[in-house]
Design a binder for this molecule. Structure first.
Ligand code: 48H
Ligand code: FE2
Length: 254
């Protein structure tokens, strides 16, 4: 078989072009591919929700790759162990109630689960604004290529429509902050001090619809609420992603 370079180029361009067009309208957009966003997207996909995950970086995984201070292991507590099992992530019990997993395996298996569930990934894509029309809901996202943002180029973005948006952008709660900055009725209090027990026990309460059409999960949920941080324990991230998926699915009537 002879290989044609132009056919290779055409395959990539046509497939990705079609994917972008297919996702100009979707049920749910998850912004951010860290642990909470990945878990949320995977579980939404499993529920049959048309869902895309938009990640500004080249790689998916957010803050989980680095584990704790670049030791690529994460700790998960009892309450979230069933999610490690659900995604086929291996772990070791360190002490009763403390399970240790490998960062790379955890990111990879969450990502694989989302792929298997039909989630579409748009990496290297930055959400730079939201669309809010007369109904006062977040009805879409304004996106651009990350390198455009990095280079400071003046290139106008494109817009995709989504019934529900999940802010899974981590510590910065970027989507919520965009709404706050433009005068929407939403206050991002900013995260508080390290207190793992408190941060992990409160995160599910903070995982909610904070503005019509906008749900927050993971570290973004605690940042909006002014809640504590927890360090490299990730059970709350997975459980929060699951909660966000349940809330979005309920909103969509699934
Ligand atoms: C597209 C964007 C944009 C944008 C950001 O930080 P993350 O890993 O987020 P979580 O909440 O799933 O997990 C938090 C966890 O990693 C962590 O930091 C913990 C537990 N910290 C505790 C502590 O005490 O420090 O992932 C967020 C993702 C990243 O991949 C970003 O690149 C991405 O969101 N992102 N994607 N458009 N505008 N902003
Ligand atoms: Fe962090």
């Amino acid at each position: 078989m002879t290989l044609n370079e132009v056919t290779i180029s055409r395959a990539i361009l046509e497939e990705q072009h079609q994917a972008i067009i297919d996702y100009l309208e979707m049920d749910a957009a998850v912004v951010g591919g860290g642990p909470s966003g990945l878990a949320c997207a995977a579980l939404l996909g499993e529920k049959g929700v048309k869902c895309a995950l938009i990640e500004k970086k080249l790689s998916i995984g957010g803050g989980m790759w680095g584990g704790g201070m670049m030791f690529p292991r994460i700790v998960v507590q009892d309450e979230a162990r069933r999610l490690l099992d659900r995604f086929g992530i291996t772990y070791r019990e360190f002490e009763p109630g403390y399970y240790v997993a490998k960062s790379v395996e955890t990111v990879s298996k969450l990502t694989a689960a989302a792929c298997d569930a039909g989630v579409e990934f748009f990496n290297l894509t930055t959400v730079e604004d939201v669309m809010i029309r007369g109904d006062g809901r977040v009805g879409g996202l304004v996106i651009n290529w990350t390198p455009v943002d990095m280079a400071g180029l003046h290139v106008d973005p494109l817009t995709v429509a989504c019934t529900c948006t999940v802010d899974a952008t981590g510590h910065d709660a970027m989507v919520a902050r965009m709404i706050e900055r433009k005068g929407g009725r939403l206050q991002v209090k900013g995260e508080s001090f390290m207190w793992a027990e408190r941060a992990e026990s409160q995160i599910l309460d903070h995982t909610r619809e904070v503005f019509p059409g906008l749900f927050v999960t993971g570290m973004a949920a605690n940042a909006v609420a002014g809640e504590c941080r927890m360090g490299p324990i990730f059970g709350g991230m997975l459980l929060s992603g699951e909660r966000a998926a349940d809330l979005v699915a309920a909103r969509l009537g699934r």
